[in-house]
Design a protein around this ligand. Structure first.
Ligand code: IMP
Length: 427
């Protein structure tokens, strides 16, 4: 089995960390291919909970080489903080490699992310404020700073000068902030160079050579399909390619090497930040999903917006990503409802849409058309197979599978590694 892609099907926080971690023991490389420390993976192993933002979750699997791919934007301060925190808990991080082509989040981009959001007022995106968007904008604008620039001080200085020429004007004249000096930025970045140097690799070459040897590579997407800059609910998206296509551009692995696309989908829906969300609940059911599902952001601590399962979104994710397997997560959170609504289509101005509408304005006004499935009240967290689940829970899994456009290969029934029902092997 050469390369597997694992992505989120909704707006993020579907439980990708746990899914990656489960595969991690059997894969040789786990590659983060997009995003930065805006991500938040929570992985529970025994009594230990690990919250990771930037590092790929493969870092917790001893046999696995974790890779930060070229498509990632790296905040070096955060990288070393996470490494130090894991080392302090006895996790060996020495195998980590970082692409020479990954872009660096400079301090001015963190500042710009925050002030731009304030400036937007009620048109804000609700970003994580980590500098992600401005750093990707610099990359596309060809004024970004890359990992490899740290090892050529002259070039680094030139690039920082080039970037700051315009940014200082914007910081001072538009946002009324202090200008940033080239020296301060260069000094901060160079301060990380010696520690980073041994990790820096041509990761595209490393990974394709590994595939040639028959080793297994897992490409792990940050954020999710509907936060993808092209295929998501633009402009309420992140600034990277979070769909399966991004796995290739963000890692240097060609599409012809990818065998499986696994999409993680929650048994209901959540979103953080602004933007349309047709099945969002503003009532007690929403509160209850948030409480039962512990739906608070791993990175920012913000309460997540909660709503019912949205099948047109899952079908869209299946189509855009070419999903071969769905991993359904957090089914246990739905325990205790007498009946569970599932969105099967939308209604916009009297017209029914069975798929996601083409236009953003329609999606903003989409009202969910619900089908009601029977609920269950028994605790399901100890089940070991699908057949152990109450009949109604089994029927829920089968019904959402039928509606979502690809087979469900595993079902999550609790946060622990063991609390997963494997219906078909993923690997
Ligand atoms: P940014 O990625 O910080 O630019 O934020 C853009 C949008 O993506 C905001 O709505 C964020 O809340 C959302 N977002 C970014 N990363 C994640 C994530 O890992 N999970 C869920 N939402 C995210």
């Amino acid at each position: 089995m050469p390369a597997l892609v694992l992505i989120g099907a909704q707006w993020g926080d579907e439980g990708k960390g746990k899914a990656t971690d489960q595969l991690g023991d059997r894969v040789d490389y786990v590659v983060k291919f997009n995003g930065g420390n805006n991500a938040g993976h929570t992985v529970v192993i025994g009594d230990d909970t690990y919250a990771l933002h930037l590092l790929p979750s493969g870092i917790l699997s001893p046999g696995c080489t974790p890779v930060i791919g070229n498509g990632v934007v790296v905040d070096l301060g955060v990288l070393f903080e996470e490494i130090d925190a894991l080392e302090a808990r006895g996790v060996d991080t020495s195998k980590l490699v970082v692409s020479a082509n990954a872009h660096l989040i400079a301090s001015y981009n963190r500042t710009l992310d925050k002030v731009a959001e304030r400036f937007l007022g009620n048109r804000r995106i609700g970003t994580t404020g980590r500098g992600i968007g401005p750093t990707y904008a610099d990359k596309m604008n060809r004024v970004g700073i890359r990992v490899q620039d740290l090892f050529d001080e002259k070039i680094l200085r030139q690039k920082v000068e080039g970037a700051l020429e315009l940014k200082n004007q914007v910081l001072v004249k538009v946002y009324n902030r202090k200008a940033v000096t080239v020296d301060a930025v260069v000094e901060e970045l160079l301060g990380f160079a010696d520690r980073l140097a041994p990790m820096v690799t041509d990761t595209g070459l490393l990974l394709t050579a590994a595939l040639d040897r028959g080793e297994t590579v897992l490409l792990e997407g940050g954020q999710a399909t509907l936060l993808d800059v092209d295929h998501g609910t633009y402009p309420f998206v992140t600034s990277s390619s979070a769909t399966a296509g991004g796995a290739c551009t963000g890692s240097g692995i060609p599409p012809t090497r990818v065998d499986k696309v696994i999409a993680v989908v929650k048994a209901y829906t959540t979103r953080v930040g602004e933007g349309p969300f047709p099945t969002e609940l503003h009532d007690q059911d929403g509160e209850r999903l948030r409480a039962q599902g512990h739906e608070y952001g791993t990175t920012t601590g913000r309460p997540r917006r909660c709503g019912w399962y949205d099948a047109p979104i899952a079908r869209y994710a299946a189509r855009v990503n070419g999903v071969t397997d769905f991993v359904l997560t957090k089914l246990d959170v739905l325990t205790g409802w007498e009946r569970i609504p599932v969105c099967v289509a939308y209604e916009v101005g009297g017209t029914r849409f069975d798929e996601m509408p083409m236009g953003q304005s329609d999606f903003h006004h989409a009202k969910p058309v619900y089908e009601y499935l029977d609920g269950w009240s028994q605790d399901i967290t100890g089940a070991r197979s699908l057949e152990d689940l109450p009949k109604a829970a089994q029927a829920y899994v089968r019904a959402v599978e039928e509606m979502s456009g690809a087979p469900i290969s595993s079902v999550g029934i609790g946060p622990d590694r063991e609390q997963t029902l494997q219906l078909r092997p993923l690997l």
